[in-house]
Design a protein around this ligand. Sequence first.
Ligand SMILES: [Zn+2]
Length: 440
Amino acid sequence: MNSSLSKFSVIKNVRLKDNSSNISGNFFDVLIKDSLIEDVIPSRLDSSYENFLEIDGQGDILSPGFIDLHAHFRDPGFTYKEDFKSGSDAAVNGGFTTVVLMPNTNPSIDNSEILEDQYKRSKDLSVRLLHTGCLTKERKGNSLLDFQEFNSMIEKGCIGFSDDGDHLKESSMIEKALKFFSGRVPLMDHAEDDLLSNEGVMNEGVISSRLGLTGRPKSAEIRAVKQNLEIAQKTGGWIHLQHLSCEESVDLVKEAKNNGVNVTSEVTPHHILYTEDYIETYKFDSQFKVNPPLRTEKDRLKCLEGLKAGIIDVVATDHAPHSDIEKMNIFSETPSGINGLENAFGLVASQIGIAKAIEKMSEKPAQIINKISGLKIGEIKKGFCADFTMISDQKWNMDSIEIKSKSKNYLNQYSTHKEGIFLKGKPLYTIFKGEVINNE
Ligand SMILES: [Zn+2]
């Protein structure tokens, strides 16, 4: 071995999350060889490391880089909203080092050539982009991709299949796909049955009636979640439920987990922060339009509780950029979606604390990705990728950063200016494959 070709660096004087879900009061030095973690040792404080590039952590918190299992970079097809570069810059700004992209692009990602092209085009960015494929041809929900196509996409790094944006309705197709995947990759479902969601624009209830808006009932989600869980139980296949939003879903997932069903699930920052009330309070502000819709306070609290208890595995942003002009449209006409990457950690940590947010936004999603691809991320341990986020534990708001996403449909102004909730845990910079990323 010719060690002179290797690159050594050390991140000094950092605090780490310990196993009991606290941020340690002690300081550590993290040694990196090339792009992997070499060792973690108690901080040598003032002594220097010979032949090591030194990064001074200044007593801040070092987290494994954040990982988002659900984002939309709109590339190809809608790059006026976002593209690989702007999305990646937004991700870095929010402390992410790995982002999983959904396949509802134009064209949609429904064959191995286009999947391969996605990987090729996104390989030199300052975050790791992982790609998913559609379950059905052209994401139309009519016929599953051929099994040969599924296989070749899995070989090319597809880390899950989803018609996200739409629920795959046909039980026989879900069953066929789950059996075929046999736990190698998850079927990631946008669990809202559109026969029931009825093109609604907000949660169905007292407020939607009062505002005269078409409601999107919880029953649409509940029915889809039930259907998915029953088929997962029957087949032993792996279902990943995207962006859960109501209390019944949390109960159903809890029961399924107790019965040994192979299920993982996610919740978004906005579903654990906001409720349908905001649409009325802020007079139809289109930023609050999202699918599944913001629900009631009871639902919000249940999702939060489910997340903390481990019933819901991860926080995923569902970063869904839209242009200013699109979001300026009237509420019922505006496209659904909220941006999430740049304020997700601060929002989540404000609800569950910094250490728990690290677990839900790095460690747990990493375990899911590891199961699919073997990639070793999400832990600060020898042999893992040297992907990190440096976090300060100060309170902050979005005014203190320059937004990198092409789209500005973040909800943060409500949490900071109007509601007086501050974000907690500010991502300072990321280190990706051992290199400090300056997001300029
Ligand atoms: Zn979705």
